[in-house]
Design a protein around this ligand. Structure first.
Ligand code: SF4
Length: 331
């Protein structure tokens, strides 16, 4: 289900100074002033830091943010997420200036499908329908027939007539999950999200022993052995909906830990635990290093200097748009 937290649909600069808490910093007033002055819409993914989420006009998953980017009439979009998400905004709304806080905020899934290798793979299977997860470059989108997100991947795959064979790229774990749900056999590209594969099943089992009442909820980018342990599998929006609707009081959340910010706001009286990872990192949880490259300092600099800007080749943009449009037109 598409899910979005909306401050204002009609007025992208409606965020006021008084709304921003409790993550105010010394930069907060300047960021809000620049946003207002330049009529910038700030889009933030659920995996962004709480401070960035609190300044955003829209916070959501990839699908919701793509739709928000397409329909905004603000002249500048500042996309706080990773590179492929900002590219998607530019593909869908090319007359807007699309800025990012950090051009190096990439994605292991997008990087797992280099253009030349993917071209060769697609050319080797000329009769397959190419379904690409939105976590891929504009070039890979341009080689695809239709895009999907984790929210709508089942619907997208089910929309393809059964006589057609399917390539699914770049996430092999999401692809395998969709295969199991739909019963469609697909050729899976060998990519993974380096964040979701780092979640530790052994540590999860220990947590489940410690909190026997806990429900494990997981994003389908997790490998199958983690998904089979889960009480609920779904996109970030679906996980958020689940903790709101379910009668449980304790949830272990197997996806990027940034989503816990919105969950804690939605259900402050429930216990929410980030799934543990193999490494003993600072937060002992699953943090995306690319998402976390974006900082309030970089948000401020991007607004001030109006760069870095996303620029796309028009032919690639046009072909990528067609694949995205095929997804969005499914509703
Ligand atoms: S969490 Fe995984 S899929 Fe999402 S941006 Fe980070 S590396 Fe990419």
């Amino acid at each position: 289900m598409m899910r979005i937290m909306i401050r204002s649909l009609t007025n992208p600069v409606a965020t006021s100074r008084t709304e921003v808490h409790p993550n105010r910093t010394r930069l907060t007033p300047d960021i809000l002033d620049l946003k207002h002055e330049k009529n910038v819409v700030l889009l933030a993914h659920y995996y962004q830091s709480p401070g960035i989420q609190e300044l955003a006009d829209h916070v959501g998953d990839s699908l919701a943010l793509a739709r928000a980017a397409e329909r905004t009439d603000a002249p500048i979009i500042l996309f706080c997420g990773v590179h492929f998400m900002a590219e998607t905004a530019k593909i869908l709304n090319p007359t807007r200036k699309v800025l990012v806080p950090d051009l190096h905020a990439g994605c292991s899934l997008a990087e797992s499908a280099p253009v030349a290798k993917f071209r060769a793979f697609v050319d080797a299977h000329p009769h397959h329908v190419v379904v690409s997860y939105i976590n891929c470059s504009a070039e890979v989108k341009a080689m695809s027939d239709i895009i999907c997100t984790s929210s709508n991947a089942v619907r997208v795959v089910n929309s393809i007539p059964t006589q057609h064979e399917i390539i699914f790229a770049p996430d092999k774990h999401l692809g395998a999950y969709i295969q199991r749900i739909t019963g469609r056999k697909m050729l899976l590209w060998d990519g993974v999200c380096e964040v979701h594969v780092e979640i530790s099943a052994d540590k999860l089992e220990l947590l489940l022993e410690k909190y026997p009442e806990a429900k494990l909820i997981a994003h389908p980018e997790c490998p199958e052995h983690l998904l089979t342990m889960a009480d609920h599998v779904g996109s970030t929006s679906s996980l958020l909906d689940f903790v709101e609707r379910d009668t449980g009081t304790t949830f272990i959340v197997a996806t990027e830990a940034g989503i816990l910010h919105k969950m804690r706001q939605a259900v402050p009286y429930k216990r929410l635990i980030a799934a543990p990872v193999h490494a003993d990192n600072a937060c002992a949880c699953s943090e995306c290093p690319y998402m976390k490259l974006n900082t309030l300092e970089k948000v401020h600099a991007a607004l001030l200097n109006e760069e870095p800007e996303i620029v796309l080749n028009e032919d690639i943009r046009h072909r990528a748009y067609r694949a995205l449009r095929n997804m969005l037109d499914l509703g």
